[in-house]
Design a protein around this ligand. Sequence first.
Ligand code: PAF
Length: 280
Amino acid sequence: MEIFQKTAELMHWRNAHRPQSVGFVPTMGALHAGHISLVERAKSENHLTVCSIFVNPTQFNNADDLKYYPRTPEQDLEMLQAAGCDAVFMPDEVEMYAAPPQMRLHFGNLEQVMEGAHRPGHFNGVGLVVSKLFHMVQPDVAYFGQKDLQQFLIIKRLVTDLSFPVRLVCCPVVREPDGLAMSSRNMRLSKQAREQAPALYRALNVAKQRILNGEKPDLVCAEVAAQLNENPSFHVEYLVLVDTENLRQVHHPQACEEYALCIAAFVEQVRLIDNLIFRM
Ligand code: PAF
């Protein structure tokens, strides 16, 4: 497995391997089985697989969140090697941002809801770093997790609006046996918070079932969020039913249409997100 810290070396390697196809898995490290499932999917569909590890400062709107974001580079490299990844790009901050970026990306309604509303500037940072990574890696296909559904839709918009010649693949959420969606942030959960965190997935399932039974989504979401908030360790930021194209809130779901139930909540100090996609 090749490890590159410099863009020029990565691009040299990429050019030497044309016309082989490259599947790309961008990450911020602290890898888990969810990331590895993306690497495996990339491997099964491309000649070569590249993974990037870069904790991108421009997408953090909270200094502590950036400071405490887990970093496990040695373990990450071992996992990628075992998964058969061909190359890893691990730039430092100077390599990615020689100067503070002045450009701003706007994604309209897509960034005004859910994560965008609660994390101002987050998707500008994601859009910037993913654009830079696409230029550097020049992948044929890029793989993202459905857990970050809004991020996937934002990147889809980015690829369309800026004509990146990259196909995007959204892969299913990978869960722990107790239902908790895998996330690098789970490493930051205390023992007690880790035991309680699967309540988010259970809450999504309860809400989904009630909506499928014909109850009003707004009422269901308010009640289910209030039940979670009865536990002082939880603080739900949002629980909403949205359409899976534009993330517009859905008040009156229609038969056969596809929707996503999305949640963001603090469990103690750690902010987690999850979602369920289903058809009425
Ligand atoms: O999903 C992530 O890990 C990050 O947002 C990404 C796509 C690697 C950009 O920094």
